[in-house]
Design a protein around this ligand. Structure first.
Ligand code: 5AD
Ligand code: SF4
Length: 467
């Protein structure tokens, strides 16, 4: 009889990828993915620890699940609760103590052992014993990628592919080097194989993932390593793979080969998420970012020279310990100079175990809030300007989902803008009631003319189908 697993994913795209792999590894063991916890035999919370209150959110979710678990137990049925991801890695033993409803805690490197853990829990339960609780947060020498299947069903034309994990940069605010461990790159051959299998299923766009993706240095199988630029070049040769993106990058690792990929390869999308965090040299230094603002500008100049239409995105932290009004003004100045197509900004939150968390020069909450509001207003202004500049232009859009209205499909521009495409309007408008239903265009790259722009999305009309 098939069993049901519900996986709740918090945080970044790498967790989304990991959740899929957990589903894949459980599938041969009879687990089907459910879209709610109600009635599930196994619930996995795949957690994120990067910013504040993550652990609290997990505890309150477990509180809700506990009631469900107890109700099931009264009917003589089991529900297992597993906590995975970075909160599990960072706070595993405390979580076990604080929440007895948790059956399993797994760090991000141990997902392939999930079926074994479940099996032993089930065996003990069926033997009438309360199952032993499992905590597995090792960083094994062999990697989870060698054990995790990657044969998910087709899940839309845009897919993620993790190529790198962990980070050696140790920014003073960040938990990633502690929760995800040291930098690791998957071998080139593995990445190419997984990419090919995605394309075989109908995937047109792949986003390469890694905490520090442009530090990629995978084994090329010939006794050498390949950088991200080289890898993108190799992926570009896969027929049918129309678009390649990658995230998240560090300014220090933006080498010439990667910049050249943006210039030379049609598949390498003109969009780059390149977090700078702050525009102040003093704060960049205190953050241990290992570069100055001028060095960041120099990288941006080289990128824009290679690809003049490149759209940029970034992350910012406001209120890092010691940040003065002038430091913050420097951040606003950097934003005005770069003009991001979009950007994320956060209030600094002390993460336990990181160097900045014990700094005594913490910035008051209201100052952080005020700075965040000013920064976000500026970023939003630029985002709207960027979107409005698209009006009248033609661009390729990968249609990924149905829109709200009939005849409308939703996709992404090369610059990662959401575009609502009306297939019933424009030079090649479709007769929706005619013999070619508009949904036939789903999963395809089409040429679209942008006719309207808002702060968060664009509207366009079909010019032509590309394939
Ligand atoms: N406080 C606030 N923001 C943080 N980030 C990472 N750690 C912290 C922290 N302690 C932000 C950074 C990073 C993004 C993923 O999350 O901007 O780039
Ligand atoms: Fe964290 Fe990114 Fe800095 Fe690594 S480079 S420590 S992942 S912020």
């Amino acid at each position: 009889m098939s069993k049901k697993v519900f996986i709740k994913t918090y945080g970044c795209q790498m967790n989304v990828y990991d959740s899929k792999r957990m589903a894949d590894v459980l599938k041969p063991h009879g687990y089907e993915v459910a879209d709610e916890a109600d009635g599930a035999d196994l619930v996995i919370l795949n957690t994120c620890h990067i910013r504040e209150k993550a652990a609290e959110k997990v505890y309150s979710e477990i509180g809700r699940l506990r009631a469900e678990k107890e109700a099931k137990a009264l009917e003589g049925k089991n529900m297992y609760i597993a906590v995975a991801g970075c909160v599990a890695q960072a706070e595993g033993p405390e979580m076990m103590k604080r929440a007895p409803a948790i059956d399993m805690v797994l760090g991000p490197q141990t997902y392939h052992r999930l079926p074994d853990m479940l099996k032993s829990a089930e065996e003990q339960r069926s033997g009438g014993r309360r199952s032993a609780r499992v905590l597995d947060t090792e960083f094994p020498i062999d990697t989870k990628f060698d054990h995790l299947p990657t044969d998910s069903d087709f899940d839309g034309p845009a897919a993620f592919l993790t190529i790198q994990e962990g980070c050696d940069k140790f920014c003073a605010f960040c938990v990633v080097p502690y929760t995800r461990g040291a930098e690791y790159s998957r071998p080139v051959a593995d990445v190419l194989k997984e990419a090919q299998s995605l394309v075989d299923k109908g995937v047109v766009e792949i986003t390469l993932l890694g905490q520090n993706v442009n530090a990629y240095h995978g084994d090329d199988g010939k006794g050498d390593t390949m950088t991200l630029g080289g890898l993108i070049k190799a992926l570009d040769k896969i027929e049918g793979l129309g678009r390649i993106r990658y995230t998240t990058s560090h300014p220090r690792d933006m080498d010439q080969e990667l910049i050249d990929a943006h210039r030379d390869l049609k598949s390498c999308m003109p969009y780059l998420h390149l977090p700078v965090q702050s525009g102040s040299d003093a704060i960049l230094d205190a953050m241990n970012r290992k570069h100055t603002r001028d060095e960041y500008f120099a990288v941006i100049d080289r990128l824009r020279e290679a690809r003049p239409d490149l759209a940029l995105s970034s992350d910012f932290i406001v209120g890092f310990p010691g940040e003065t009004d002038q430091d913050f003004e420097d951040t606003l100045d950097l934003v005005r100079r770069v003009k991001y197509a979009q950007a994320y900004s956060f209030k600094y939150s002390p993460r336990p175990g990181t160097p900045a968390s014990v700094n005594e020069d913490q910035v008051p909450e209201e100052v952080k809030s005020e700075r965040l509001a000013r920064l976000q207003a500026l970023i939003n202004e630029h985002q709207l300007e960027f979107n409005e500049a698209s009006i009248g232009k033609e661009m390729d859009v990968l249609l990924e989902r149905e829109g709200k209205l009939p005849g409308q499909l939703l996709g992404r521009s090369p610059y990662l803008q959401s575009v609502h495409v009306d297939l019933t309007k424009g030079d090649n408008a479709l007769d929706v009631a005619g013999d070619k239903p508009y949904t036939d265009f789903m999963g395809q790259l089409v040429r679209v003319k942008i006719v309207e722009a808002g702060p968060n999305s664009l509207k366009g009309e079909l010019v032509s189908a590309l394939h």
